[in-house]
Ligand binder design. Sequence first.
Ligand SMILES: Cc1ncc(COP(=O)(O)O)c(C=O)c1O
Length: 423
Amino acid sequence: MTYRVNAAGHMEVGGCDLVQLARDHGTPLYVYDEATVRQRSAEYVAAMGRGGHVLYSAKAFASPHFLRIVAEEGLGLDVVSAGELDLALRSDFPRDRIHFLGNNKSREDVEAAWRAGATIVIDGSHEFDLLRAVVPEGKRTPVMLRISPGVKPDTLDHISTGQLDSKFGFSIESGAARKAVEEALRHPRLDVVGLHSHIGSQIFALGAYQKAMEIMLDLLVELRDELKFEPQKLGAGGGLGIAYTRNDDPPTPRDFVETVRHALESGCAARSLKVPELIVEPGRSIAGPAGVALYTVGSIKDIPGVRRYVAVDGGMGDNIRPKLYGARYEAVLASAPDRAPAGKVTIAGKYCESTDILITDIEMPELKSGDILCVPAAGAYCLAMASNYNGMPRPKVLMVRDGEARVMRRRETLADLVAAEVF
Ligand SMILES: Cc1ncc(COP(=O)(O)O)c(C=O)c1O
C-alpha cells in the first residue's frame, strides 16, 4: 500500500528506506507494512458487513503486535494448536473471537481450547471422545464441524484440501459428514453452532467457492429435513490467492467475499434455507502482500554458458515455499528498483542443500556483493514455516508505519538455538 521509490532512488515502505533498514537492522530482515495489514483487514470486514465474521488465520504469520492490529480492525482469529492459541492469549487477543481448528488435535490442544472458551472446529471423530473427556459433565462447548465438500480448486495439489482424498474434515461424498453431524448433535457436551469448510489456498478462480457453497447448502437441506438441524454459522474458509509476481492478477478480498456471500444468499433462497452467519478465514491475503524479505548478496558464482548463481544470506530456512510448493517469487534491487535488467540469474540461499534456491532464472540488473535484494509478497507462510536448519537463527521482523520501524521480533541468537538442548 505504501510502496514508493524515494528521493534517493531506493525502495521505501511505510515511509522507511529499505536499504537503510537493512543497514540498521541487518539481514535477512522481514518488514511488514502496517497500512497494508490494516487495509486488507478492513476491506474484508467492510465487504462482510453485518451477518458475518472474518477470522485471521494465524498460521500465515503471527506475532503479538501483528495480532493486536488485526484485532483492532475487528477480526477474529483461527488458530490450529495450543501454541498458536497461547501466543494469541498472551497478545490479549479477544478470546470470544478465537476458533480452534486443526486435524488430529491432541488432548492438550482440546484442553487449551476449552479453557480459553474458543469455538472448536472438529476435524475428525476422535475429537468426540477427547471432548467427552475434557469438557466437564453438565457443561457444553461451542463447536463447528469441518466438512470436506469434495471440490478441487485451481491451486497446487499440495495446498488443496476440500477434495475427497484429503486428511481434513468429514467428507460429504462418503457419508461421513452426515454421520458426524448426527453424532455431534447427540453428544452431551457439544453445542453445534455451525459447519465449516476450507477448500485450499492461493486460489484465483472463485468459481470453486461457488461450487463448494452449493454442495454445503445441499447438505444443509438434508440436515434440516432429516435431522431438524439448521446451523447458525457457516464457514467458507480462507484461501484467496495473492500476487507473487508481476504476472499474477488475483481477485480482491471484496471480490472473494461478494462471491461467497452471493452464493450463500442466492443458494439459501433457492432452497428456502435460513441464511446462516458467514465466516471467512483469510491468512495469506492479509499477511502475504504486507511483508517483504530483505537479503544481502554475498557470493556470485558464474558457470559460463550455464548459469550465474547469486547467493543471499537467507533461503530455505526463512522461506521454504519455493522448494515445498514450487512457489515463484520475484526479487528487486532495493537500492535501484527501476534499473534495467542485465541478464538472468538464479538467486540461491545459504543452506547446505542444492535445492536451496529462492528464485530460478530471474532477470536482474548487474548485482554485486553487498547489494540488498527485496523479495515482495513474503508476508505469509515464510516466517511461519521458518526453521533453524543448519544452525541458522531466524530473522528479525519489523513493522513499519509513517517512517517509524518497530521491532516485532528480534533476531534469534546462537543462545536461542541451544536453549532447549541438554548439555
Ligand atoms: C482451515 C483453514 N482456514 C484458513 C486457512 C488460511 O488460508 P489462506 O492463508 O490461504 O487464506 C487455512 C490455510 O490453509 C486453513 O487450513
